[in-house]
Write a protein that binds this ligand. Structure first.
Ligand SMILES: Nc1ncnc2c1ncn2[C@@H]1O[C@H](COP(=O)(O)OP(=O)(O)OP(=O)(O)O)[C@@H](O)[C@H]1O
Length: 724
């Protein structure tokens, strides 16, 4: 009570009782800015203690029930200024102790302003004997800081205020001073520690780290890549050595077996020894995982992921070598049983897609309605490579685009069936690869990065890492891209890999997604003969897994031509001249008197004929223009009316079956002006709705493959830019 000029009893008599405290805090916490005066401060009986910073005593303290939370006692006696360390709000007439962190000295009058400092109340008018009292308010720190210990000082009690010493800082309402961090200088009376030094140090540290990362990232990536390459090469070497060792074992066994066979049956020796070779190779091929340790083998058997680079590459390369051996078996095999055994056991087949089309006609919109493709009927089978050939502008690209559902802005009639059903080709887009004529590779990435981006985005999301590595490594191996796998593809400004290699990467982007239908537009253009053969061999390998491969090809060499299974030959105007097996094309043309001269490459000759560069002098009298009609008649297809004259010219009157010629196509071709406009509007609406459906609406997915979601794909996309 050193801070109060009353006696202890006087102070106790002035401190608020329970009912007054309750009344005060209820009003305070109800958010009322101005407190309602209590019963002692009404207009009729207003005492000095009702003024801010003043309090009064109770006349008979003994009569007051301190536990009475309801009745406010009468305080009218001996009104005096509020004690230090207490606050006395206006209209309350009693004292409340200030809380910790507050500083409540007795106010002094500022004669200039007439305000009781450090508080902001004034002396009441008309009361000349009244002086400044103690604290008058109590508020939270956000509303008013008047009552709280000011910043730069600390208040151990509500009557003591000590300036913050140097090396320390004190915030508003502090009861003790806080030591500043090392390295930070805090002067006397500091209200906060200035951590700018730390901020500067942090920025400098981040900058240094970034600088180190920038300078070393290349190094780190190179080292990582070098390590991976080391594992890869070791795995490849091990797998090859293993195959060689197996081959030597086989040779020895074969020699041994042959010498035994000679004694019994001379005639059957060669066949028997070859069978032995095949059997032994099949057996050794089955020991794929011999390069792996026991735990990795176990994980593989359970279909689990293997983790280290070394294990993954060992697995991938032993699989690749095994596949190569299996292909060799197939080419060596003469016994169908052995081949079937090998293929069935080891060749993984993908879901198959058979594409059949009937009377496929693509017509250009607008005036003239030119046919870009006309009445094309046929089928493309899984496990076969179909070449699409024809003179320039014949509609080869348009044909494959129409099949792939990428022919926009044209009217397409006829039917396309997928596996015999009229499903939309877009429903299978996740297992259809399309290699356009123009490059779609990313020039600022390496060959391997390009392939990995495509593989990550388009392979099944749940595919194990080792299988992804196998797929990518297999494609790199198949396409002969080993030597340039880490080279930048290159752009116009920055020279990268060669044009032929770039073309192969383009094809690789689609091969790594393991498609069931692979459509390629001129993948061999610009490639030399050996590169083209390498590519065809890679595609041939795909067909072993049941992939349906169709490609536009220009001027294939004879060797390359023989590597195709089927041929679609288109004449100008998009009409079919031949669609069938490559083996039978020469026979078909010779039947109509078109024989390929000696030492002329058959595909070149057929294109020359269709270009009109070869003057036909056939016994049957068929002209170049009649070849499409000849094909239609040969297959028994309907002949469109505008071609009837050509058909009739080839056969004497009456020899043509009426159902071949009875076709109404074109009967409704002559429209009135209004009819033409109506047709135009109709087709335009259809094209727009096709575009909207293709871009915005989801077609039902029938591919049975779930690829990574948009966000994951976006992550891979961003990853590409990080790599750049
Ligand atoms: N959107 C289009 N608008 C107008 N004409 C088109 C369109 N698309 C294709 N054509 C025309 O259709 C014809 C066939 O084109 P396509 O590209 O299919 O020929 P191609 O046989 O692949 O030729 P090339 O071998 O020269 O690449 C060409 O005469 C072409 O001009």
């Amino acid at each position: 009570m050193n801070f109060c000029h009353y006696s202890a009893e006087d102070v106790i008599g002035r401190v608020c009782y329970a009912a007054e405290l309750k009344d005060y805090f209820e009003r305070f916490f109800s958010g009322s800015r101005y407190l309602k005066p209590n019963r002692n401060c009404n207009i009729t009986s207003r005492v000095s203690g009702c003024e801010p910073g003043w309090a009064c005593a109770v006349s008979v303290p003994e009569d007051v029930d301190m536990k009475d939370f309801v009745n406010i006692p009468a305080r009218t006696d001996d009104c005096q200024p509020c004690c230090e360390g207490f606050f006395c709000p206006k209209g309350l007439t009693c004292m409340i102790p200030c809380p910790l962190g507050a500083y409540c000295p007795t106010a002094t009058l500022d004669t200039d302003t007439g305000i009781c400092k450090p508080y902001s109340y004034q002396l009441p008018p008309g009361m000349p004997n009244h002086t400044c009292g103690g604290a008058n308010i109590w508020a939270d720190i956000l509303t008013s800081r008047d009552l709280f210990c000011s910043s730069g000082s600390y208040c151990p009690t509500s009557t003591q205020k000590i300036p913050c010493s140097s090396g320390h800082y004190c915030r508003t309402g502090s009861t003790s001073e806080k030591a500043c961090y090392n390295l930070i200088s805090c002067n006397e009376g500091s209200s906060t520690q200035h951590i700018q030094a730390y901020g500067a140090m942090l920025i400098a540290a981040i900058f240094t780290i970034l600088l180190i990362i920038y300078n070393c990232s290349d190094q780190v990536l190179t080292i990582r890549e070098r390590r991976r390459a080391k594992y890869r090469e070791a795995a490849s070497r091990r797998a090859k050595e293993r195959v060689k060792a197996d081959e030597r074992t086989m040779e020895l066994s074969t020699l041994h077996q042959s010498s035994e066979d000679v004694d019994y049956n001379d005639s059957g020796t060669s066949n028997a020894s070859q069978e032995n070779i095949l059997k032994l190779r099949s057996q050794t091929c089955n020991n794929t995982d011999d390069n792996l340790d026991h735990s990795s083998k176990k994980r593989l058997q359970k279909g689990k992921q293997i983790h280290t680079h070394s294990e993954i590459f060992n697995y991938a390369y032993s699989q690749i070598e095994k596949e190569k051996a299996m292909q060799e078996i197939q080419s060596l095999s003469f016994s169908e049983v052995t081949t079937t055994m090998a293929v069935n056991a080891e060749t993984r087949r993908r879901p198959t897609i058979e594409v059949s089309f009937q009377d496929l006609t693509v017509t250009l919109k607008g005036k003239g309605r030119r046919h870009l493709l006309r009445c094309v009927t046929g089928k493309m089978m899984p496990g076969r490579i179909t070449a699409v050939m024809g003179p320039s502008g014949a509609g080869k690209t348009m044909f494959l685009s129409a099949l792939a559902g990428k022919a926009h802005g044209c009217k397409i009639t006829g039917s396309i069936l997928i596996n015999g059903k009229p499903d939309s080709i877009h429903s299978y887009k996740r297992i259809i690869g399309f290699v356009p004529q123009d490059d779609v590779v990313h020039g600022n990435l390496t060959v391997e990065e390009n392939l990995w981006f495509s593989a990550n985005c388009r392979l099944p999301a749940n595919m194990l890492k080792q299988d992804r590595v196998l797929v990518v490594e297999r494609v790199i191996e198949c396409l002969g891209l080993q030597t340039v796998r880490n080279s930048l593809v290159g752009t116009v400004e920055k020279r990268g890999i060669s044009g032929g290699q770039r073309k192969r990467v383009n094809v690789g982007l689609e091969m790594v997604m393991e498609p069931s239908l692979l459509i390629l537009d001129e993948p061999t253009s610009g490639l030399d003969s050996s590169s083209s053969q390498l590519l065809l061999r890679a595609l041939r390998r795909e067909t072993l897994e049941g992939v349906n491969v169709s490609m536009v090809v220009h001027q294939p060499s004879y060797l390359l031509f023989q590597m195709f299974d089927d041929l679609v030959l288109l004449a100008k105007g998009g009409l079919t001249v031949y669609h069938g097996s490559v083996r039978e094309v020469e026979e078909y043309f010779s039947e109509i008197g078109i024989n390929v001269p000696d030492r002329v490459n058959p595909p070149d000759y057929f294109i020359d004929v269709l270009e009109g560069m070869v003057k036909l002098n056939t016994s049957s009298g068929v002209t170049c223009e009649q070849l499409p009609v000849r094909w239609m008649l040969h297959k028994g297809y309907h002949v469109p009316p505008d071609m009837h004259a050509n058909a009739a010219a080839m056969f004497p009157e009456g020899q043509l079956s009426s159902n071949v010629l009875n076709d109404n196509e074109g009967a409704a071709e002559d429209h009135s002006f209004v009819g033409e406009i109506w047709e135009y509007v109709k087709s335009n609406v259809k094209v727009r709705s096709d575009v909207i459906r293709h871009n915005f609406l989801r077609t039902k997915d029938l591919s049975n493959r779930s690829t990574p979601g948009i966000l994951v794909q976006y992550r891979y996309f961003l990853g590409r830019y990080v790599s750049c």
